[in-house]
Every structure is written in C-alpha cells, then in structure tokens.
Design a protein around this ligand. Structure first.
Ligand SMILES: [Zn+2]
Length: 156
C-alpha cells in the first residue's frame, strides 16, 4: 500500500482504488484530479497562448481559441491566499472547520481549493504546498467521497 501523504484525512491510492473496508470510493466529480501518486489536478494547456487552465476546458478562457489539450498539472505550488471555513455551507456533509484558499501551481494557474490546514495562523504567503486527495465525507451507504486539497509541505 502506498500512501500519498501521511496526514489525517488523506487517503491512500490503494484506498481510493478499493475502498478502505470494501466500500466504494468515488471522486466528488469526475475529471478533476488523479490520486496518483503523485496526486495531481487534471487541466488543459492551450497550444495558441500556452496558458494552463483548471478544470479542463476545450476552449481556452484566456485567448478563446479551441486549441486546448489535456495535461496533468504540477502537483506542487505556493499558497497565494487563504481563510478558514467555520460553518458548513448548504449541502456540505464534511467536517468543519477546514482551510480554503488559492494555490498558484508551479508554472500553472491559480487554483481555488480546500486546504488540509484549518488554522489560518499556521499558513503563510508563498508557503510550499502539494496536491493531495482527501476524504470529503462518507455517505450513509458507506461510500467514501474524495476530493483534492492542498497540504503544506513545510510548516509556516
Ligand atoms: Zn489560449
């Protein structure tokens, strides 16, 4: 069994493939990420302007051309902005508080997403981050729903 990253709530690749106890493990939305290793986001690269997009697109949002092709986005980046979500949004079934922020991927776009660190005081601008796959919630039927998140690679 290979673990992507040994922090609370981060699931292993094997767990993603088979379920921790035989339960189904599904991504919150198909086509957003690959559990790896290394875990990474699925984006697009525009052959006209060269810019990267997330999530995947057919038409580039920067130049409007239809020259985008699927690419694996860099697994690492730097923290650009962050906050903590302390009250569950409508329909949300996961735990609170959780971190939420913007990470500028290496040579890539700025991506909004969940952070594994819920305490804003333990984060800092330009902190190195890596993409991980975490459990978002477990359904009544035991189905484990996963999503991507960003985890600090070094303490603030
Ligand atoms: Zn473009």
């Amino acid at each position: 069994m290979h673990y992507i990253r040994a922090v609370d709530g981060v699931v292993s690749r094997a767990a993603v493939a088979s379920g921790a106890e035989g339960a189904a493990v599904v991504p919150v939305h198909d086509g957003l990420f690959d559990a790896g290793p290394p875990a990474h986001l699925l984006g697009s690269a525009c052959d006209s302007c060269g810019l990267l997009s997330f999530p995947r697109v057919e038409r580039c949002g920067y130049c409007g051309e239809v020259d985008s092709r699927p690419v694996n986005l860099p697994a690492t980046g730097r923290l650009w902005a962050w906050t903590a979500v302390t009250t569950a949004p409508p329909g949300y079934r996961g735990a609170v508080p959780f971190g939420f922020g913007v990470v500028e991927l290496d040579a890539g776009p700025r991506v909004v997403g969940r952070l594994t660190e819920p305490d804003p005081d333990r984060l800092r601008a330009h902190q190195p981050m890596e993409t991980v796959v975490v459990t978002l919630h477990t359904g009544d039927d035991g189905q484990v729903v996963t999503t991507y998140a960003f985890a600090p690679t070094v303490p603030a």
